[in-house]
Design a protein around this ligand. Structure first.
Ligand code: ZN
Length: 247
């Protein structure tokens, strides 16, 4: 691998490189990697913050919205001064301030059928940090098309779910949810819920890139914050899945 790490990078990432199976080689893999973070809201803010801190080489942030006051209880990189600013661009500025080694591509745009392929182009891993099912299934379809891992999370109130999709190795999102759930535009949520699930997504992304540990492929991890209870349930491919059955 031609990528090298500077002295300051070796210092910055020292503690994580101490993890067995990580080391300098793992850190170089991260530096060479591109992660697409779809949505820079409740999930996407902490996801992108921790991926930048960990030294992912390039982050592609996509979010069409601007920060509003009612976002600030949970979209933790949206501060008072950012109200009215495009989320992807305001978040990008903070990530560069945290870690100038990371390249950020910020897109203040909607993820659509006519741009999803291009947005995913070059990404090694895609993070589903969306708040609607239409876009989630669009990302799922394109990840299957481009044979890329998709780390999904969804939240509501104090509860949520997370799983990792690797085409061919396990079920896709459509296998897990053959019927599209009802869209709810405004739902209850505290900031800690997306914070928690974002961290689980980050762990999955880092393991996928560095190449160690076990991921949530074929498993759906559910957490109920009101009861402080979690469950991991097995999920399987469907041989009649309209998205992934013929791959
Ligand atoms: Zn499927």
């Amino acid at each position: 691998m031609n990528t090298s790490l500077s002295d300051s990078e070796l210092t910055r990432y020292d503690r994580q490189m101490m993890i067995p199976d990580w080391g300098k080689d793992g850190q170089k893999k991260l530096k060479e990697a591109t992660v697409l973070v779809a949505g820079t809201g409740g999930l996407g803010c902490p996801v992108s913050l921790y991926l930048a801190a960990a030294g992912v080489g390039r982050l592609v942030l996509v979010d069409k919205d601007k920060f509003e006051l009612s976002n600030l209880n949970r979209q933790i990189l949206g501060w008072q001064e950012n109200i009215g600013q495009a989320k992807a661009e305001a978040v990008a500025k903070k990530l560069v301030a945290l870690n100038p080694n990371v390249k950020i591509d910020a897109h203040a745009t909607t993820i659509r059928e006519d741009n999803v392929a291009e947005l995913l182009n070059g990404a090694n891993v895609v993070v589903d940090a969306m708040d609607n099912w239409t876009t989630r299934f669009l990302l799922n379809q394109e990840c299957v098309n481009q044979d890329k891992p998709l780390v999904h999370a969804g939240i509501y109130g104090l509860n949520g779910q997370v799983t990792t999709i690797i085409p061919r190795k396990g079920p896709c999102l459509r296998c897990i949810l053959p019927d599209t759930p009802r869209e709810i535009s405004t739902f209850p949520v505290i900031g800690a819920t997306p914070g928690l699930f974002a961290m689980l997504q980050v762990m999955e992304v880092l393991k996928l890139i560095v190449g160690f540990g076990e991921t949530l492929v074929g498993r759906l991890l559910l957490f109920d914050g009101e009861r402080m209870d979690y469950a991991s349930t097995s999920v399987q491919r469907r041989n009649n899945c309209p998205v992934c059955s013929d791959i």
